[in-house]
Design a protein around this ligand. Structure first.
Ligand SMILES: [Mg+2]
Length: 386
């Protein structure tokens, strides 16, 4: 696949931009949408707010310190979903091959659409103009030869960007990119790569695929390919987000229950953040646990009311683990997730924006946070995004 046929489209500061459109007085001002409670995190910060260092997934308390003059608003999920539907109906017009990644982001395969709409660059420009005209909002587009490069490209020149990476410019586009921008490279992997003096994509190039596979297994092989801009994945239309989960493999097997619960809470926060970023809640909470001998167990629970808050996800997952006595052997991997997803309604906002009613649970969480410094750790944005 060497043609410019994959397009990644991503709305700019989506929730904040919608709020600025709805209330023109907010235009040009630092608008921060997200939890307005003590424990909330920023869902979206406008570009004006980003100048103060505020970014998504940052605790609201920290954002208020960096940007006290900011305008802090609660999320209006129904409104964002409605705008999202308008955007997707524009995208659907150009090609049937639209893969939805989140509420404001999609891959499009535009092969074969040229006769109808013109060359790929023309199509990208038409989409941008359509979105602007129909929603008064801007969308950034990356156009390239595969999904991996298209997604990097859309991020390259935000907001209102249009970045084209053709087969001839792949090498120069990737060379100086931070290695953490590569899919599958989280903090742990990046730390291992740093030991080999690998910080940028170009630092990977001297290594052969065999060397990287021997050192890092499958992940090494994948790294080799991505750093050369090779990605064979197809755009798969109709794939909706079915579940949101997070898991961690521990460097050493863990038996310390408090520590495991602390990890569980950290992961519940990440899951909750992704649910809120997509205006979703879920009817099922599930856990996955793998022991030192590689045996793996999955358990799930479906509470009466759908959940989205970190506190509720954590509480239900903890119940699953404790009632099944799953912490009796050393743990190699722990995961938590939410499935059976539905759109978040306006009322559910309270789950996110108000402190949990259960004071005892709050105390437990605060204690865990104190003990393991999670308030501090939570400030790292990538925790939520890797
Ligand atoms: Mg976006």
């Amino acid at each position: 696949m060497k043609n410019l046929q994959i397009l990644h489209a991503d709305m700019d500061a989506f929730f904040s931009s919608v709020e600025q459109r709805e209330n023109p007085e907010l235009k040009g001002k630092p608008v921060i949408v997200g939890g307005v409670s003590r424990r909330g995190v920023v869902a979206t910060a406008s570009y004006e707010a980003r100048k103060f260092g505020v970014h998504s997934a940052m605790p609201v308390a920290q954002a208020r310190k960096l940007c006290p003059q900011g305008i802090y608003l609660p999320s209006r999920h129904q409104l964002y979903q409605q705008v999202s539907r308008e955007i997707f109906s524009i995208l659907d017009k150009y090609t049937p091959l639209v893969e939805k990644l989140s509420i404001d982001e999609a891959f499009l395969d535009i092969k074969g659409c040229e006769r109808l709409y013109g060359n790929p660059v023309k199509i990208a420009k038409l989409i941008k103009a359509d979105v602007k005209q129909q929603t008064e909002l801007t969308i950034s587009i990356g156009l390239s030869i595969n999904k991996f490069l298209a997604k990097l490209a859309s991020d390259y020149d935000k907001p209102d960007g249009l970045t084209i990476v053709n087969a001839n410019s792949v090498k120069s586009f990737l060379a100086d990119l931070d290695i953490k921008k590569i899919w599958g490279v989280g903090d742990a992997f990046a730390a291992q790569l740093a030991q080999l003096n690998i910080f940028k994509v170009r630092d990977v190039w001297p290594y052969s695929q065999e060397e990287l596979r021997n050192r890092f297994g499958k992940a090494g092989s994948k790294l080799f390919l991505l750093c050369r801009g090779i990605d064979q994945r197809q755009v798969s239309p109709g794939s909706e987000i079915k579940s949101v989960s997070h898991e961690e493999t521990f460097a050493e097997n863990l038996l310390d229950k408090d520590k495991l619960l602390a990890y569980l809470f950290k992961m519940s926060e990440k899951v909750s953040f992704r649910l809120h970023s997509n205006s979703l809640k879920g009817k099922t909470v599930f856990i996955k646990i793998r022991y030192a001998d590689f045996s793996t167990l999955n358990r799930q629970i479906s509470p009466a009311d759908p959940v989205a808050s970190a506190e509720k996800i954590y509480y239900l997952a903890k119940e699953l683990l404790e009632s099944n006595e799953l912490f009796s052997h050393p743990v190699r991997l722990l995961g938590v997730g939410v499935a059976n997803l539905t759109a978040q309604k306006q009322q559910q906002l309270n789950l996110f924006t108000k402190p949990d009613q259960n004071n005892k649970l709050d105390e437990t969480i605060d204690e865990l946070k104190r003990k393991y410094g999670f308030e501090k750790i939570s400030r790292a944005r990538k925790l939520y995004l890797d």
